[in-house]
Design a binder for this molecule. Structure first.
Ligand SMILES: *[C@@H]1O[C@H](CO)[C@@H](O)[C@H](O)[C@H]1NC(C)=O
Ligand SMILES: *[C@@H]1O[C@H](CO)[C@@H](O)[C@H](O)[C@H]1NC(C)=O
Ligand SMILES: *[C@@H]1O[C@H](CO)[C@@H](O)[C@H](O)[C@H]1NC(C)=O
Ligand SMILES: *[C@@H]1O[C@H](CO)[C@@H](O)[C@H](O)[C@H]1NC(C)=O
Length: 489
């Protein structure tokens, strides 16, 4: 009997180890848009977003290690642990805290309400989530907002201008969150631009935040000649008139700042009718020179351009602008990553990155690689040893092996119940309509995005998708490709 339990032990260890190793190595995030993201060290962290049906009920959380990014065909993703049973979209995140090593997520849509928090924080040092207690002695807790873009200054203050609130109204307030001492404050409304959402925000080295574009009241897009700036040092708004080759207005675009003071704007779209039809913004790339009083230019990038994307993430690492996920206009959510080389004012879409994107030699990256390698080897040895023991003891094993607990029907039922109880209607522009899922069986499992996809109730998914982490057919890129081509969406 002693050898039997040893076999069991070895097999369990091998199973746990190999599934962990496979998870780490093989994780590929499904397509999405309106996720939140932030660069911390060499890693771009991502959370949640609008994903194709059936929607998961827990937002995935993962990172892209730019230090080992060498090809856009194989992205070095690492899966991490999300918070509680929380589903998040349309929020905004920065690298906060005294050492800029905290993923600080503000607002957005979060469900279920009981597990949501206006601010949630992931500590990248010890990989733990927390909901910080934030002082309201200088300003009350602000309203939840979405479709805004926050920036963080060098002292750890997060600036959250505009966006839309949960009752679907656009706002123009400036919320300030101190991510070091955790307190709320507000910026001046004097000279603040009109309410808007879906703009880009970029903080310059002199502490001036540059707000570009976005969608205002009555679906009026902000002209690109109008540049609104907020000086975080003097706490004042200054509105500027940009000149040069002015690009078309848009929302859902991104903007990054190069070390020589260029703001590179990418992508975005405009809704052209009330029924949520979007048209891609043009041109896809425009550059605002912040050194010479805001002059626009429209450089042509060489290489193969990505499809027309909006509501994506963009991060500048070294000279490379990394564009991840997003909604491809007239197609839908994307899982792809594109890299724009911005060196020397030449713009080039690249698929292979000869020099690592970030500075290499980072201890923790080496650690991860060594860890994975050692893990794989140990796992293989254990599996081999386990199989050897297994065959030697096959007869005795027969009534011992069991389905691991988390895959049992009870485990599935638990998740299934949580999913249904947590289902809400999520639309990008309306948080207020929480549907009663119990009374409407067609909504079970499938919160609908009114601007996204028609809801289809597919009973097969419920029966077959017992292992939560295996992607259902609907989430697989090949399937989506086919679906959209067939539907001519
Ligand atoms: C909220 O989070 C707690 C702690 O993780 C969890 O036990 C609970 O099931 C969650 N509630 C819902 C409705 O998901
Ligand atoms: C993680 O580290 C932070 C400090 O960086 C600390 O406040 C927090 O308590 C730690 N959490 C755990 C679970 O160790
Ligand atoms: C946090 O508090 C300390 C001590 O009160 C202060 O020196 C520091 O400037 C504060 N940091 C921020 C970002 O406000
Ligand atoms: C995303 O793309 C789909 C497919 O083109 C479109 O129907 C939907 O309106 C888009 N949503 C947003 C927010 O861009």
């Amino acid at each position: 009997m002693a050898s039997l339990s040893l076999v069991q032990l070895i097999l369990s260890i091998a199973l746990v180890l190999s599934s962990f190793v496979l998870d780490v190595i093989c994780f590929t995030p499904p397509p999405r848009f309106a996720q939140t993201s932030a660069l911390i060290g060499n890693n771009i962290y991502f959370m949640g977003g609008v994903v194709p049906l059936p929607d998961p009920i827990i937002s995935d959380f993962f990172c892209l290690n730019t230090a080992v990014l060498t090809s856009t065909a194989s992205i070095p993703w690492t899966e991490l642990t999300g918070l509680d049973n929380l589903f998040t979209t349309w929020g905004t995140a920065v690298a906060g805290g005294a050492n800029k090593d905290q993923f600080v997520l503000f607002g957005g849509q979060m469900t279920p309400a009981e597990n949501s928090s206006l601010v949630i924080v992931y500590d990248t040092n010890n990989n733990t989530w927390s909901k910080p207690v934030i002082s309201t002695s200088s300003a009350p807790e602000p309203a939840r907002k979405q479709q805004t873009q926050a920036v963080i200054d060098s002292s750890g203050k997060m600036y959250i201008f505009g966006g839309s609130t949960s009752d679907n109204s656009l706002v123009n307030d400036m919320v300030i969150l101190d991510t070091v001492n955790w307190s709320w404050s507000t910026g001046t409304q004097d000279g603040a631009p009109d309410a808007r959402s879906d703009f880009s925000a970029t903080i310059l080295n002199n502490g001036v935040i540059v707000y570009i574009g976005g969608n205002g009241l009555n679906n009026r897009y902000v002209p690109m000649s109008q540049i609104n700036t907020y000086d975080t040092i003097s706490a004042t708004w200054v509105n500027k008139e940009a000149t040069g080759d002015i690009p078309n207005p848009r929302g859902g675009h991104s903007a990054v700042l190069t070390s020589d003071g260029r703001i590179i704007m990418y992508g975005g779209a405009l809704s052209i009718s009330a029924d949520g039809q979007y048209t891609a913004a043009s041109p896809d790339i425009a550059v605002l020179d912040t050194n010479s009083n805001f002059v626009w230019s429209q450089p042509k990038a060489s290489g193969t351009s990505p499809p027309q994307i909006a509501y994506h993430s963009a991060t500048l690492v070294g000279d490379h602008m990394i564009i991840s996920f997003g909604n491809v206009t007239n197609k839908g959510p994307s899982a792809d990553v594109y890299v724009l080389d911005t060196r020397d004012n030449g713009y080039k879409w690249i698929t292979s990155i000869d020099a690592p994107v970030a500075s290499s030699g980072n201890q923790s990256n080496v650690g991860v690689i060594v860890g994975i390698t050692v893990g794989v080897i140990v796992g293989l040895i254990l599996i081999g040893g386990g199989l050897f023991w297994f065959y030697r003891n096959r007869k005795m094993m027969e009534d011992v092996i069991e389905t691991p607990g988390e895959f049992t029907d009870a485990g599935f039922t638990r998740r299934y119940e949580t999913m249904n109880s947590a289902t809400t209607s999520q639309t990008s522009h309306d948080l207020s309509k929480l549907s009663n899922t119990e009374s409407d069986p067609s909504r079970e499992f499938h919160p609908s995005y009114s601007h996204n996809f028609p809801v289809q109730h597919d009973p097969e998914i419920e029966d077959d998708d017992k292992e939560f982490r295996i992607l259902p057919q609907e989430l697989q890129p090949e399937y989506l490709e086919k679906k959209f081509n067939n539907n001519n969406i």
